[in-house]
Design a protein around this ligand. Structure first.
Ligand code: NG6
Ligand code: CA
Length: 505
């Protein structure tokens, strides 16, 4: 394993040396980077990936102008660990405490490590984070909602942030701008508890009559805007977000950031709330998909992408911007609210042909939509290269002529050639993380034995856990239906050894 790592390290170092040299030439540009990180959007949720029951014209247009990946991966099948990985270039499972974060978690990312924004800031980029954070905020004592919220995005490399601290189904339901809750009235402080109701606040459990959207599982603590949430809260009334305007507010903040930095190279990390629960589409989208709120949220997300494309076009920035569109994990239909998403699905297949979904070791857990557009630099078309979000750090380090230190982005390599569609092979292997770890190498996928449940009744998702080793030939069997571990013991042995070596590296 040491050998492999040092070989990769050497290759990376050589690549960077070349780049650093090239960087001196006057023609080298620092393209803007826009990363739209959708939430829980499945591989099959967009029409360019084959959806026929819903149309996503803006995302499709982006794809037609760039590279659309069929084998692109988030590094985990849930949000917090995927976000941790994309921002740090380190597989999240290497670090304790990177599972789905509670709404009052302290900042999970070590402020000393190199991150995507800190790396790009060093290269002279203006860096902004807009949207869902879900990586914790505040020091070990936890967030001080009425005071200074730090460390947070600004301490890991962003110059500006407008975020939802966790997810829309977790309290407090407020936006944070830089170090403060936005629009907070000091006379009405926020109180948050993740253990017990605060005073006599109504809860979804006690007062279902107050709900406009019922829960199918959990989500029965504080009631905010008629929706039960995870965690209890009181106060902060003026600061509460309105669920049906989250997409519009976030899109507006993202556009503002672009306009404000149009003359400098900028990096915008725009993590949409769509299509996570609770799904409360704005007026323009409610009822428009014919598929219920989940479909409406997809239309709203597509609109968001179109708005950002339009802003870049209007400022003549599109040609000099690397635009990445992807999702943090695979799809889930019922994620804890009785929002009719399942009943109204109408034959739509959010995971495309792939098996499983969010939370799953099967491929739909992490194989997600991934599109990269860089006009004039990226090829146009489809790539089957094996690529992972964890490589953005290494790729942008190389792009900006920076050398990563050994401890930085340990799992992240320069895959710019694959991201731009020039190298059609991509990674040799990648590790996926859900209930257990899996490795994809070439056409093989090996899932390590695990004792977790095979199936989750609440979400109706096959989790892909099995006490026996699982091996699938993804080329012949992309749906992971035929476990061929018994027929190919040597492959099982090789892949499990490689996985263990990478794990211990
Ligand atoms: C689960 C929540 C789900 C969602 C998920 C995190 C329940 C029953 N389920 O615990 O609704 O919030 O956590 O999603 O509470 S993620 O995309 O942020 O990882
Ligand atoms: Ca997610």
């Amino acid at each position: 394993m040491v050998n492999m790592k040092s070989i990769l390290g050497l290759a990376l170092a050589i690549g960077i040396a070349f780049h650093a040299h090239a960087q001196k030439g006057p023609a080298t540009a620092r393209p803007n980077i826009v990363l739209i990180y959708a939430d829980d959007l499945g591989y099959g949720d967009i029409s360019c990936n084959g959806a026929t029951k819903i149309r996503t014209p803006h995302i499709d247009r982006l794809a037609s102008q760039g590279v659309r990946f069929t084998n692109g991966h988030a590094s985990s099948a849930t949000c917090t660990p995927s976000r941790y990985s994309i921002l740090t270039g380190q597989y999240a499972w290497r670090k304790k405490g990177t599972g789905i974060a509670p709404g009052d978690a302290s900042l999970i990312i070590d402020t000393a490590v190199t991150t995507l924004p800190s790396l790009l800031r060093k290269a002279g980029y203006a860096t902004g984070a807009v949207g869902k954070w879900h990586l914790g905020i505040g020091d070990s004592k936890g967030p001080d909602w009425n005071g200074e919220l730090k460390p947070g995005p600004l301490e890991i490399g962003f110059d500006y942030c407008w975020i939802m601290p966790a997810t829309a189904d977790r309290v407090p339901c407020v936006y944070v701008e830089n170090h403060r809750v936005a629009n907070l009235d000091p006379a009405d402080p926020i109180k948050v508890s993740y253990t017990a109701p605060i005073g006599n606040e109504p809860t979804g459990k006690k007062n279902p009559e107050l709900l406009v959207m019922h829960s199918s599982q959990g989500h029965n603590n504080a009631i905010v805007n008629g929706i039960g949430r995870i965690g209890f809260m009181q106060g902060g009334t003026a600061a509460l977000w309105k669920d049906d305007s989250i997409a519009a507010v976030l899109t507006g903040k993202a556009q503002r950031f672009i306009v404000d930095h149009k003359t400098a190279p900028f990096f915008l990390y725009f993590a949409t709330h769509d299509i996570h629960v609770p799904r409360v589409p704005g007026k323009a989208f409610a009822g428009k998909s014919g598929m219920g709120v989940r479909g409406d949220a997809i239309l709203q997300l597509d609109w968001t992408v179109g708005q950002i494309m339009r802003t870049l076009d209007s400022l003549h920035l599109s040609d000099n911007t690397i635009f990445i569109f992807t999702s943090d994990n695979g799809p889930v239909v019922d994620d804890g609210y009785a929002d009719q998403a399942r009943e109204l699905l109408g034959g739509h297949t959010p995971s495309g042909i792939y098996r499983g979904g969010k939370y799953s070791n099967f491929d739909a857990g992490t194989r997600v939509p991934l599109i990269v557009r860089w006009p004039g630099k990226s090829r146009q078309g489809v790539s089957n290269a094996l690529v992972s979000q964890v490589d953005l750090l290494g790729s942008f380090a190389a792009l900006t002529g920076q050398q990563l230190q050994h401890e930085d982005g340990p799992d992240s390599f320069d895959m710019m050639a694959a991201f731009t569609g020039k190298d059609l092979k991509g990674r040799e292997s990648v590790i996926e993380h859900a209930g257990t770890l899996s490795i994809i190498k070439g056409n093989w996928k090996y899932i390590t034995p695990g004792n977790g449940a095979r199936y989750d009744n609440a979400t109706a998702i096959e989790l892909g856990n099995d006490p026996a080793p699982q091996l699938y030939d993804l080329r012949k069997d992309p749906q992971e239906k035929n476990n061929v571990a018994a027929q190919y013991p040597a492959v099982v042995k090789e892949l499990s050894a490689q996985l263990n070596a990478l794990k211990d590296a």
